[in-house]
Design a protein around this ligand. Structure first.
Ligand SMILES: CC(C)(COP(=O)(O)OP(=O)(O)OC[C@H]1O[C@@H](n2cnc3c(N)ncnc32)[C@H](O)[C@@H]1OP(=O)(O)O)[C@@H](O)C(=O)NCCC(=O)NCCS
Length: 194
């Protein structure tokens, strides 16, 4: 895969590799992670990890999905990605992420999400990104708000781990808003006037 890893202040985001398998199983096999995601199986077995790792090249080649490992000091601590969802029936690119529980509440998800947001607008040239979180997942709502997303609607979304539909708050961020906030962040005087 031709991809220059994205380095943030503390993290490196890079394509998943077979050497990530053990960390992936250890961190993803957690109900508190899986219950908040649409398509992560629970329990998360070695077979599930193998299936996911084997799909990476194909997903990148499709041009419609960019899954990345979130790594800290060279070790996988979670996943982040943007991609077009098969079940949505539209061409919107969705941002998603998860972190292993030992790494929560240190700002890592916000750091990874902001980097992927910038990658989506700068490298992929997208006009809009969507995201969503289940209504009981307040931490993710906070991550997305901090990443400049705004609420758009409420839908029912299937959660594989829970085996049922769950209320989900959908959010979106347009390129225009991203440019506007970025310009304000680069020039605090402008932001103060806005
Ligand atoms: C959601 C998740 C990615 C957050 O990761 P994280 O690295 O802890 O996130 P950050 O530290 O960047 O930010 C978390 C924010 O939520 C806040 N938060 C944490 N728990 C919260 C709660 N129960 N209620 C409200 N806010 C909460 C934190 O205070 C922080 O906000 P702040 O910076 O304003 O203080 C992580 O908990 C996770 O992987 N959960 C399971 C998978 C998942 O939910 N993925 C997202 C699916 S939409």
């Amino acid at each position: 895969m031709e991809f220059e890893p994205i380095a943030t202040e503390r993290l490196v985001l890079r394509p998943l590799e077979t050497r990530d398998r053990a960390r992936l199983v250890k961190l993803a096999n957690n109900w508190r992670v899986a219950k908040n995601l649409g398509t992560m199986p629970y329990p998360y077995t070695q077979a599930a990890a193998d299936e996911w790792l084997a799909k990476q090249v194909e997903l990148w080649k499709s041009g419609k999905s960019k899954p990345l490992a979130v790594t800290l000091s060279g070790e996988l601590i979670g996943g982040v990605g943007v991609g077009v969802r098969d079940d949505r029936g539209d061409d919107d690119w969705e941002l998603g992420y998860w972190l292993g529980e030992p790494y929560w509440n240190r700002g890592y998800a916000s750091e990874a999400a902001a980097a992927l947001r910038d990658f989506a607008f700068e490298a992929l040239k997208l006009e809009r990104i969507v995201a969503g979180h289940f209504t009981d997942n307040h931490a993710s709502g906070r991550v997305l708000t901090k990443t400049w997303f705004r609420y758009t609607s409420e839908v029912q979304r299937y959660c594989l781990a829970r085996g049922t539909n769950v209320r989900c708050l959908e959010m979106a961020l347009s390129r225009a808003r991203w440019l506007e906030i970025r310009a304000g962040a680069a020039n605090p005087k402008l932001a103060a006037c806005a």
